[in-house]
Design a protein. Structure first.
Length: 596
């Protein structure tokens, strides 16, 4: 009876962990900073690093234009009518403004000279689907189109003293003059604008061969009085994007401040409206499953970072921004502020390289590694290393499984030996159940005596399952969240290891032209996984109670339906792992003289 309870306990525990672990224990990252509703509203004259009156962009939390335009005057953002749904096409909006072309090995797009915004960006390396004619991924889009998404940099002037005119700073309608027509990794472009009051503003864009922009803002003061300016950067996104809907994956606003990760989902910021924190460097951005747009302030500058939301008319606007400390520019001198913007794919090695070379705090956490961070990253790098030698990530998964099995070989051996002893003792256990079936206490005593006499432990059968669970979740994370696994092929019909097996038993693998409900989607690999699980179950000690035996026999069917929705790479791993376990257990049982 005890062995049956432990067996059922192992199965229940496995299913519970499989379904619920990440739901309740997503991560153990530090508690984020407290919200500061009054951040970025201090008056001039306060310590450097604190904001003047006004905010970087009339966006969430402030009245005005939902397009994230800086205030027209400190502290007096202009009101605007509620935003209506955009009617123009993306091509029409792009053609309506003068632009500087962006051309790199991995990016294409343009910078609008009206407002100096980076609002047109396409990822040349990535397609929306596996089809050859599938369009490239569009990351950023300009104001005036559906789902506008753009980055902007600028200055906010401190409130003018009594009797002095307000300082004119460039805004969303400012038309800049460009030093060139094309931004490439070898040719930076500088935008300039004269405010007519003695201040000449310039903004220099540089781009590397991957996804990092460097933006250097400068102000030359040719006037007669000193000015104090505060640099800002923002990323604004209109419309709530469609997300994957998985709890284990964060999509929304996020950033790192003082080494601590902060994640804010779209529905959370809709309730909170505004959150802010202050600290040196760090980064703040908006992330999708595979793509990221992130502001990276100067690592030595004290900045205030905000996560903000506003609904204007029918348009939801999400914004992340930072505001730097004041820069005083005396007559005859110049001031500047240097910041960066990441806009592209969340490639692990690329993010790690930026973290190391630019000193960006914990930039790797832009990828949601999850609670098993300490396992997920090594498994990811292990798979990449194997893939470079074998040329296929699917084969790398199979080889990684063998390596994991070898690492746990001694532990699994002891467990399988104990299970073999349990299987050998089954005839004795049946006799005890027949003899003491009505006396549960006596039956348990005799069972314990039998286990002690034979030197076996009924709970040891749980061990092979339990030691696989962290690895299972870590591999699941790798396959689910890393872009390196996206559209990675295996062989045959598996052309994307990060997606579920596309075949379906209930259409006779494509022979019947109908679309069954999603719950009936059982591919070839999930079917093989279920069969392998059933075979492995046959090698284990069987419950002596008929009802429990039927429940155990039904579990492979449950797992087949459950894992059919998982990435194909994970199902391949689980199937291969089962086959290796079957081989190992079969050898041990033959060696111990147990009937197979």
């Amino acid at each position: 009876m005890i062995e049956n309870k432990n067996l059922i306990l192992a199965v229940v525990l496995s299913v519970a962990v499989l379904l619920g672990f990440e739901l309740y224990f997503k991560n153990t990252r530090p508690t984020p900073p407290q919200t500061a509703e009054t951040a970025q509203s201090a008056q001039p004259g306060q310590a450097p690093g604190q904001a003047p009156t006004g905010t970087p962009g009339r966006a969430a939390g402030t009245p005005g234009d939902a397009a994230a335009v800086p205030p027209q005057a400190p502290g007096t953002p202009a009101a605007s009518a509620p935003d209506m749904a955009p009617q123009a096409t993306r091509a029409e909006v792009l053609a309506a403004t003068p632009r500087v072309t962006i051309k790199t090995p991995r990016l294409a797009g343009s910078i609008s000279l009206r407002g100096g915004r980076l609002d047109d960006l396409i990822l040349a390396d990535y397609r929306e689907t596996l089809k050859k004619n599938s369009p490239a991924i569009t990351l950023l889009s300009p104001r005036g189109v559906k789902d506008a998404y753009f980055a902007e940099f600028g200055w906010i002037a401190a409130a003018a003293k009594a009797g002095q005119p307000a300082v004119k700073v460039p805004d969303s309608d400012t038309v800049w003059r460009a030093s060139g027509t094309t931004l490439t990794p070898d040719t930076p472009v500088t935008l300039t604008w004269d405010n007519g009051q003695g201040l000449v503003f310039s903004r220099t864009y540089e781009i590397d061969k991957n996804f990092m922009f460097k933006i250097t803002q400068a102000v030359a003061n040719k006037g007669t009085r000193a000015v104090e300016l505060f640099p800002y950067g923002l990323v604004s996104r209109q419309g709530t994007p469609k997300t994957s809907g998985f709890y284990i994956l964060h999509e929304g606003l996020l950033g790192v401040n003082n080494g601590e990760l902060k994640e804010v989902k779209y529905d959370e910021i809709q309730e909170q409206k505004l959150e802010s924190s202050t600290g040196p460097g760090g980064w703040i951005g908006i992330t999708d499953k595979y793509w990221l747009t992130a502001l990276v302030p100067n690592k030595d500058a004290e900045v205030t970072k905000r996560y903000v939301y506003r609904k204007s008319g029918i348009i939801d606007t999400y914004q992340v921004d930072f505001l730097g400390g004041g820069v005083t520019v005396a007559p005859g001198t110049a001031g500047n502020a240097e910041n960066r913007l990441f806009a592209g794919a969340k490639q692990v090695k690329v993010l790690d390289a930026y973290e190391e070379s630019l000193g960006i705090q914990r930039f790797d956490l832009a990828i949601d590694w999850g609670w098993f961070y300490f396992l997920t990253r090594p498994i990811f790098y292990g798979l990449l290393w194997l893939e470079t030698h074998v040329g296929n990530l699917g084969i790398a998964i199979l080889l990684l499984t063998v390596g994991i099995k070898l690492a746990f070989f001694p532990l699994a051996n002891k467990s399988y030996e104990s299970m073999s002893k349990m299987k050998k003792l089954q005839p004795e256990m049946v006799k005890l159940r027949e003899r003491y079936g009505d006396d549960k206490v006596k039956l348990n005593e005799e069972m314990m005596a039998l286990y002690k006499r034979e030197g076996t432990n009924p709970a040891s059968g749980c061990l092979p399952i339990l030691i696989q669970i962290p690895v299972f979740f870590a591999l699941y994370k790798v396959l689910f969240v890393t872009i390196e696994m996206r559209h990675a092929p295996f062989y045959g019909w598996i052309q994307d290891l990060s997606a579920q097996d596309p075949t379906n038993l209930f259409t006779l693998f494509g022979m019947i032209p109908w679309a069954p409900p999603d719950v009936l989607h059982i591919g070839v690999w999930p079917l093989l996984m279920g069969i392998s699980m059933l075979l492995q179950q046959k090698l284990n000690p069987q419950p002596t109670d008929p009802t429990q035996a039927k429940i155990m026999m039904f579990l492979p069917v449950v797992f087949t339906f459950l894992l059919a929705k998982f990435p194909a790479g994970l199902v391949i791993y689980w199937t291969w792992n089962n086959l290796l376990s079957i081989a190992q257990q079969w050898v041990i049982m033959r060696r111990m003289g147990v009937k197979v």
